[in-house]
Design a binder for this molecule. Structure first.
Ligand code: IPE
Ligand code: IPE
Ligand code: MG
Length: 241
């Protein structure tokens, strides 16, 4: 059985994935990079199914970073249309599965207005779902998020002494989103690439060589097994509170 060896009581409540390696997946097959992005859709949907089987409450995926604008204009344009397409193609089935879809990232600037509108419609459609929250990090940067939180506090006239960790947390893009317990980083890279910098201070990190378009629920289950072998100490001592 797929979920063999997973302790249902210690399933992480929030898993975050860096969906990377689409371009390399395509290049290995002699295809244009964009075919790799297209193939990533199936991987995402299978990961969501796996997350639902596991009973995760939160799944967050990194879809487009604030640095990804550096790519060739054609690839950027493709990614904007592709992400809009995914929402249109998949939101109804995700809605039926009880998935609440949310977005984190900078909404203004270069993101096409039509895509922002699709994102708003999608969050609105699924806002009352409670089975699992799928957060899509789009035009997201961990540093940008912290800058935006501090800016919001300054704009509110917050005195310096009141700017503490809880104040910053309350001004992150989604203050309700708990810190990830587990981050799965695909494509054989050992870096965070500006993902959730604030939130992953104590997340367990699992690195896999799997390129995102090859990612399936079984890889998610394997990452959860690895997570369950770790000791989380949060700076303390095992067995103490
Ligand atoms: C991840 O795949 C998708 C995005 C960053 C948008 P890449 O496009 O980065 O694929 P590689 O890393 O070049 O293989
Ligand atoms: C990370 O992938 C961002 C996303 C998956 C959206 P990148 O391909 O942008 O990361 P680097 O450049 O390899 O660090
Ligand atoms: Mg990449």
């Amino acid at each position: 059985m797929d979920l063999d060896g997973i302790d249902p009581v210690r399933v992480p409540s929030h898993v975050a994935c860096v969906m990377d390696g689409n371009g390399r997946w395509a290049q290995k097959r002699g295809l244009p990079r964009t075919e790799g992005h297209a193939a990533g859709e199936k991987a995402l949907l299978d990961a969501v199914e796996g997350a639902l089987e596991l009973g995760l409450r939160w799944l967050t995926v990194y879809a487009f970073s604030t640095e990804n604008w550096r790519r060739p204009v054609d690839e950027v344009r493709y990614l904007m249309q592709f992400n809009e397409g995914i929402l249109l193609r998949r939101r109804d089935e995700l809605h039926e599965r009880g998935v609440r879809i949310r977005f984190v990232g900078r909404r203004e600037g270069r993101v096409p207005r039509r895509l922002v509108r699709r994102m708003d419609e999608t969050s609105e459609l699924t806002r009352d779902n409670r089975t699992m929250t799928l957060t899509i990090a789009f035009n997201y940067g961990g540093r940008a998020e912290i800058v935006d939180a501090v800016r919001a506090l300054v704009e509110l006239g917050t005195p310096a002494k009141k700017i503490d960790e809880s104040a910053i947390r309350r001004h992150l893009y989604d203050p309700e989103m708990p810190d990830p317990d587990l981050v799965v980083r695909t494509s054989g890279e050992y870096r965070i690439s500006n993902f959730l910098l604030w939130q992953l201070a104590y997340s367990e990190l699992v690195f896999t060589d799997v390129l995102w378009p090859d990612f399936r629920r079984e890889h998610l289950f394997e990452a959860v097994r690895e997570f369950q072998r770790r000791d989380r100490r949060y700076g303390g001592v095992v067995g103490e509170d």
